[in-house]
Design a protein around this ligand. Structure first.
Ligand SMILES: Nc1ncnc2c1ncn2[C@@H]1O[C@H](COP(=O)(O)OP(=O)(O)OP(=O)(O)O)[C@@H](O)[C@H]1O
Length: 391
């Protein structure tokens, strides 16, 4: 049996036809360097930005083929669309046409915004008693590491001395129970007030504690909204400096409504460096702008790759794209999180890297991001935050 190697991967990719079936993706020069670490394979496929959506099946096919190779434990194949040197940033995306033919929440977003939204920085005061700031962690699309970032950001804020809670608003695919290694169901007190679950010193509420996996998938919009409001307002959060909300991925009507209904102090947008993800990140930014929620900044996740054996750094995913994008659109850049096995494995094990390797470089990256986020919250709120001394 052939041993897993770069050559083996490249050879397998030669079986995948290019976008117009003219040749294979290797000979067309579309495949980036291939990295293999701990039997997991990483590479990207370069495609023209305007054909990205259409070529998603190509990415999936490549990933499937790699995963089927002998000895492969996992594969991350991403599409990149390289920006030509000196060319303009990708065109501003048009808002996606609603599939169901009506779009009330797009039409006059401001007229639907809750009164608190109009009040800018005042809004959190009209928000949830006892909670000083509510921050959304959002992404333009799925799979960019939004939940991983949310959980490590929350734990890093805790490490920085804040009182922190996490609200898992990703009701269709709740991941906080797994990421924080929490099982069981929360208790109810005083007719239906829910006591949040807790681990690593932070309070957590997730639909994952309340329904069995898969059940939430069939919920309709209004049910999701009321579940979310209940998790926000009928949970004994106690006094918190910050509640981190892990938003559902994407920028559709559901996310827009959520961004309107939760009294957010600001939003952190997570993106991978590829232009494609950045186009989606910009949609996220536009969404928060619509409902007058300040964007606190952009985090670039899976920014570069660190090989565990040598510790060498490789910029295979187009590192730096999010920083450039943040500059273009004029929002703070909050930091770069490398793609590392330890981030993935600790998350899978329910012991996020910030708590399991607090002295490691990854934890430091997240703590620095947490510091920047909190600075932004304080700046935006324009009022004194609790006295916290950062290390
Ligand atoms: N910096 C990183 N290094 C390595 N793996 C990562 C990193 N960030 C996220 N991952 C992994 O990528 C996968 C997707 O991450 P995550 O679930 O956080 O993404 P998401 O954007 O919340 O996804 P979804 O939209 O599906 O909820 C997970 O397996 C996670 O462990």
């Amino acid at each position: 049996m052939a041993e897993l190697s770069r050559d083996l991967v490249i050879e397998a990719m030669k079986g995948i036809r290019g976008p117009d079936l003219e040749s294979n993706i290797v000979d067309l020069g579309m495949v980036s360097d291939v990295f293999i670490s701990d039997a997991k394979v990483y590479f990207s496929i370069n495609v023209p930005a305007e054909r990205a959506q259409e070529l998603e099946p190509l990415r999936q096919a490549a990933e499937r083929v790699v995963k089927a190779l002998p000895g492969v434990k996992g594969a991350v194949v991403s599409l990149t669309a390289e920006r030509k040197q000196g060319s303009a940033p990708p065109p501003r995306p048009q808002p996606a046409a609603p599939a169901h033919g009506h779009s009330h929440s797009h039409a006059h977003p401001h007229s639907h915004a809750p009164a608190a939204a109009q009040a800018g920085a005042q809004r959190t005061k009209a928000g949830v008693p006892g909670i000083d700031a509510i921050i959304a962690v959002a992404s333009g699309k799925g799979g960019v590491g939004k939940s991983t970032t949310a959980v490590n950001l929350a734990l890093a804020m805790k490490a920085n001395g804040l009182r922190v809670g996490i609200l898992d608003a990703d009701v269709y695919g709740p991941s906080m129970p797994r990421l924080l290694g929490i099982n069981g169901r929360p208790q109810q007190i005083e007719n239906r007030i829910i006591v949040p679950m807790e681990n690593y010193g932070i309070k957590v509420m997730s639909m994952g504690f309340l329904v069995d996996e898969g059940t939430a998938m069939i919920w309709r919009g209004p049910m999701v909204q009321s579940a979310l409001m209940q998790m926000l307002r009928e949970v004994a959060w106690g006094d918190l400096d910050v509640l981190v909300v892990d938003m559902p991925p994407g920028t559709g009507d559901a996310q827009l409504t959520m961004a309107q209904q939760v009294p957010l102090s600001g939003a952190v947008i997570v993106s991978t460096p590829q232009d494609l993800a950045l186009i989606d990140a910009r949609k996220g930014l536009n969404m928060f702008n619509k409902v007058e929620v300040p964007v606190l900044g952009i985090v670039e996740n899976m920014s570069y790759f660190i090989a565990p054996d040598t510790g060498n750094r490789y910029d295979i995913f187009g590192h730096g794209g999010a920083k450039a994008e943040a500059e273009t659109i004029g929002v703070p850049f909050l930091g770069e999180v490398p793609l590392t096995m330890s981030i993935r494995e600790t998350s899978d094990a329910g012991t996020p890297v910030v708590v399991s390797e607090p002295e490691g470089p990854q934890a430091k990256v997240y703590r620095d991001i947490a510091t920047k986020v909190w600075e932004q919250v304080k700046t935006r709120a324009g009022r004194a935050a609790p006295t916290i001394v950062f290390e």
